[in-house]
Design a protein around this ligand. Structure first.
Ligand SMILES: C[S@@+](CC[C@H](N)C(=O)[O-])C[C@H]1O[C@@H](n2cnc3c(N)ncnc32)[C@H](O)[C@@H]1O
Length: 263
């Protein structure tokens, strides 16, 4: 019943908004609006910076529904913005690895949860590439193996502290391989009824360690979304930006407006 009501709501929004993608996202009228948001705004930023191509990454693919959705958003956004978009999905392909310790919350996640049917998923993907193996290893040789366009958006959905810690290293590739501000979605930044993340466990710990170790980079929440993007949904608090203050393009004007506030 709720699903049907949501469908009708989406159809109504589409009827009023048409193909205005940012507004469709704003009104939650696309599947996985959080993916739509990070892909659209990464491509928009790239266009403003004069770049023709970006990469968008999903860490944690599992069955592959998210990656298929990311591919779909990439195709639509590419048509709208004219920016080419490569899509990559990182996963072991065999489900969760063994947890390292209590910081991975082993009381809710177990080894081998979320196995992938690799052949079935490969048949459904049209251009996204699977990067299979432990992220600790695949992140290290990602650039050398895939020669990716600059990274513009990343979804982190690896469940564990240790896996997110390892995946965040992707933000340290050489500057020409990434935008000065990368849009990120953090699936596991909040607790659930049974899974209680704290500043010393889970994704919050991985983030604070990353920020403390890399003073030129900061992964921080985009704080305007829940006010600008009603009606309120949880994803609006799961969107982050990875700023790289020493990136050669960090200070490049991306607004180019003669703003004046007259008396
Ligand atoms: C919750 S699932 C991802 C769900 C997916 N994003 C979606 O929306 O359908 C988490 C995935 O992270 C992967 N994963 C966790 N730790 C990993 C690691 N260290 N290396 C590679 N993959 C990992 C697991 O294999 C699992 O498939």
């Amino acid at each position: 019943m709720i699903g049907r009501a949501r469908q009708i709501r989406k159809q109504l929004v589409r009827a009023f908004v048409g193909e205005d993608y940012p507004r469709l996202i704003r009104h939650n009228a696309v599947e996985r609006p959080h993916y739509g948001y990070i892909v659209f705004h990464a491509a928009d930023l790239a266009r403003r910076l004069g770049l023709q191509k970006i990469s968008v990454l999903e860490f944690g693919v599992a069955g592959g529904r998210g990656l298929l959705n990311l591919e779909h958003h990439a195709d639509r956004v590419s048509k709208i913005t004219g920016v080419g978009i490569e899509v990559y999905g990182f996963d072991t392909g065999m489900g969760l690895p063994p947890p390292e310790d209590y910081r991975d919350l082993p009381y809710i996640w177990q080894e081998s949860n979320f196995k992938m049917d690799q052949e079935a998923l490969k048949k459904r993907l049209t251009h996204a590439k699977l990067v299979l193996g432990l992220v600790k290893e695949t992140v290290r040789d990602f650039v050398a193996k895939h020669d990716p366009a600059p990274i513009g958006a990343v979804s982190f959905d690896l469940d564990y502290y240790s896996s997110t810690r390892d995946a965040l290293e992707i933000l340290l590739v050489e500057p020409e391989r990434r935008l000065p501000r990368i849009f990120a979605y953090l699936d596991d930044i909040y607790s659930s009824d049974l899974g209680h993340v704290t500043p010393r466990t889970g994704v919050p710990l991985a983030l604070s360690e990353f920020n403390a170790a890399h003073p030129d980079h900061e992964v921080a929440q985009l704080t305007h979304l829940e006010f600008a993007y009603g009606p309120y949904r949880m994803w609006q608090r799961q969107i982050y930006s990875c700023s790289s203050f020493a990136h050669p393009r960090y200070n490049q004007d991306v607004v180019k407006a003669d703003r004046q506030l007259r008396l």
